[in-house]
Ligand binder design. Structure first.
Ligand code: NAP
Ligand code: ZN
Ligand code: ZN
Length: 348
């Protein structure tokens, strides 16, 4: 086994702290890479606080992982020592179900292996995430990272990036569409960048008037403060798509009124409580509420390559791992500009 230094929550009520654990030896198809940077996703906080379901503790969060390959197994073909590498939310899946065969490992019908707070495919070994010094992953679940981009700012692409890229591609959002991005946080700011890159007319719907300037800098064409009834009224019936990245409870009926006929409200944010949706909010205008979860491996690589080609990265604040609890507190207040990324060199 490989001894690894990590940062873990021992229980849902404890703060994260240094924790030593072990990872498996590098198998014939495994890649071991030393983690240089790991993004901080709101899902990390939901999970260490048991906001979705009972978690597996101790929990080492982190699924926006980038680093440098240190060792490869004898049969590894796609990576060599020294390459840049990344891993997102998945480290394995059944590989045999219909969805896995169609590059939709995120929807594996037999249960995939989440990067942390999950189980390996043996269904008993817990997985530990990227708030740690090194990781061992089957080469099929390791992504190639371009040398061209700022590596720390690439890390959030592994979750925030693919989670917004995938639905925009699925619904073919682009030229001629009016896209609203609801919530300007980690996911939201990537949704704006991709929406703009795909040619859509992008509006940010935000509770934070102070983010307007940033939204415009990110490329958004319009900005609506959702606490201002006059601005909301002016936006009614205007959007083809709403990409909903909100992490907390919010009023779906109000947002559905902003869609045009046949509009789609796409949920990617995962509040801990279910939403209440009135049938009337949907039937007047034949509207849909849909959802989308991360993305498959092939699409994640496609997104990373697209970002390298178009010079797209996340806007980040690099943090010392000791500041993780304070960063979570800022994230809950919506005070993220626009993704915290941990400099893993600060983990001793
Ligand atoms: P984040 O950085 O905290 O951003 C969330 C944003 O939502 C905030 O910045 C804020 O933006 C807005 N917001 C917060 N509370 C709100 C409220 N009560 N009403 C309206 N808006 C509110 O979080 P994130 O990392 O982007 O993640 C967002 C959500 O997506 C989380 O629930 C996360 O678990 C989920 N997620 C899902 C997937 C998936 O596969 N579907 C993948 C990753 C993450 P403003 O200040 O602009 O209002
Ligand atoms: Zn995430
Ligand atoms: Zn499967």
């Amino acid at each position: 086994m490989i001894p690894v230094k990590g940062y873990a929550a021992q229980t849902p009520t404890s703060d994260l702290a240094s924790w030593d654990f072990q990872r498996r030896e590098v198998g014939p198809h495994d890649v071991q890479f030393d983690i240089l940077f790991c993004g901080v996703c709101h899902s990390d906080l939901h999970q260490i606080k048991n906001e979705w379901f009972e978690g597996i503790f101790p929990m080492v969060p982190g699924h926006e992982i980038v680093g440098k390959v240190m060792k490869v197994g004898d049969h590894v073909k796609k990576f060599k020592v020294g390459d840049l590498a990344g891993t997102g939310c998945l480290v394995d899946s059944c590989r045999t179900c219909e969805n896995c065969k169609n590059d939709l490992e995120q929807y594996c019908l037999k249960g995939n292996s989440q990067t942390y707070n999950g189980l390996e495919q043996d269904k008993k070994t817990p997985t530990y995430g990227g708030y740690s010094r090194t990781i061992v992953v089957h080469e099929d679940f390791v992504l190639h990272i371009s040398e061209k981009l700022n590596l720390a700012a690439v890390a959030p692409l592994l979750c925030a990036g693919i989670t917004t890229y995938s639905p925009l591609r699925h619904w073919k959002v682009g030229k001629g569409h009016k896209l609203a991005v609801l919530g300007l946080g980690g996911l939201g700011h990537m949704g704006v960048k991709f929406g703009v890159a795909f040619g859509a007319e992008v509006t940010v719907l935000s509770t934070s008037p102070s983010k307007e300037k940033d939204a415009k800098k990110l490329g958004a064409h319009h900005f609506v403060v959702t606490s201002d009834p006059a601005q909301v009224k002016a936006a009614m019936g205007t959007f083809d798509y709403i990409l909903d990245t909100v992490s907390a409870e919010h009023d779906f009926n109000m947002y559905l009124s902003l869609l045009r006929t046949n509009g789609v409200h796409i949920c990617v944010g995962v509040p801990s409580k279910p939403a209440e949706i009135a049938a009337f909010s949907l039937l007047g205008g034949r509207k849909s509420v849909a959802g989308s979860g991360i993305g498959g491996l092939a699409e994640t690589q496609e997104m990373l390559d697209f970002c390298a080609e178009h010079n797209i990265v996340s806007d980040i604040e690099l943090i010392d791992i000791k500041d993780i609890t304070a960063s979570y507190a800022r994230m809950v207040k919506g005070d993220v500009r626009y993704r915290f990324v941990i400099d893993i060199a600060t983990l001793h």
